[in-house]
Design a protein around this ligand. Structure first.
Ligand code: FAD
Length: 291
């Protein structure tokens, strides 16, 4: 199918893009990599009257260090981030998660900001943003604001972005020193959206007891899901098979996914618990290797 007719704007700078959003926001859609928006338009599930194409705005694509972590421009291609030496050095968790996003061809066009703004409930990047406590830098013609994942992800395919707002940068904090990490996912075929997935970060003390554990799931709710009870269960404990299994059970019990044509709710819940155990044990091994 072909998209419904639309007007096309291609601003060359941020101020031009923000001005276009100020004037046309409610009737417009931003075009980033087009890997989600264009199929939706082709199927006429999205029928924006105006497209505001960001692809000519060069200063929205960059990766730089920021207080030990990374600042990523919203238009940075997923494939560029996956292969970037700064990501390899500072946040290999991001590179690992990106390998699960569609296929290389999709990642070559798809952007970091586009994936987060689209907020697919089975996408990998929202889980990474949630487990790291990312900050989302949002601009509009009236000013700007910075929000965390709890404010940014509002629900199914919905974020805090208003029609006149642009996501410009994502700030990904560094992992605490000595932290281990892991990303695990099950999908029907490699490149498909997750049936369930999880990002895990653990930090061990000098006595190898867990100082902090974080888990963020994808595919099992309307957006990325943290499970504070499962995280709290591990604090102060050694990460043995038994303690981690119990955390997995707590997480499983807390999750309340929907079923769909890809997997039943019960299967998603089961897989999420199994993946949490795998991810926590692997993250703990990485943390131990550093101590
Ligand atoms: P677009 O499609 O251009 O935009 C998506 C939405 O975000 C639109 O509503 C747009 O208006 C809005 N938007 C984009 N940028 C901004 C911004 N800077 N500020 C405000 N709003 C903005 N994704 C996964 O996570 N996991 C997968 O396994 C996966 N598999 C895929 C398989 C296929 C076959 C395809 C076609 C896509 C797949 N994707 C997957 C989606 C892919 O990651 C997309 O690239 C991503 O969801 C959207 O990024 P984009 O840059 O293409 O954004």
């Amino acid at each position: 199918m072909k998209p419904a007719p639309f007007k096309y704007l291609a601003p060359r700078s941020r101020p031009e893009a923000l001005d276009a959003l100020r004037r046309f926001g409610p009737d417009a859609k931003i075009l980033a990599g087009g890997q989600s928006l264009v199929p939706l338009m082709a199927m006429r599930l999205a029928r924006p009257a105006i497209i505001i194409d960001l692809n000519r705005i060069k200063d929205l694509a960059y990766i730089k260090t920021n207080r030990g972590g990374l600042a990523v421009g919203a238009m940075t291609r997923q494939r560029i981030a996956e292969m970037h030496p700064l990501v390899a050095r500072h946040l290999p968790l991001l590179a690992e998660a990106l390998r699960w996003v569609g296929h290389a061809q999709i990642r070559t066009r798809g952007t970091i900001g586009g994936s987060l703004a689209h907020a697919d409930p089975s996408a990998e990047l929202p889980a990474v943003a949630a487990v790291l406590g990312a900050q989302f830098v949002i601009a509009s013609a009236r000013g700007g604001r910075i929000v965390g994942p709890e404010q940014f992800f509002v629900g199914y395919l919905t974020t805090a972005l208003k029609p006149h707002e642009l996501l410009t940068e994502i700030r990904l904090p560094a992992l605490p020193p000595g932290a281990g990490w892991a990303f695990h996912e099950v999908s029907r075929r490699h490149g498909d959206f997750a049936v369930a997935g999880v990002a895990a970060v653990v930090r061990l003390g000098a006595d190898r007891r867990c100082v902090e554990a974080r888990l963020a799931f994808t595919g099992v709710g309307p957006g990325p899901i943290r499970v504070p009870d499962a995280e709290a269960h591990l604090a102060g404990k050694r990460l043995t098979e038994a303690t981690v299994q119990e955390a997995g059970r707590i997480a499983q019990a807390a999750l309340d996914p929907d079923g769909d044509i890809h997997a039943s709710a019960a299967y998603r819940k089961h897989v999420a618990g199994v993946l949490a155990v795998r991810a926590l044990l692997q993250a703990a091994e990485k943390a131990k290797a550093q101590s």
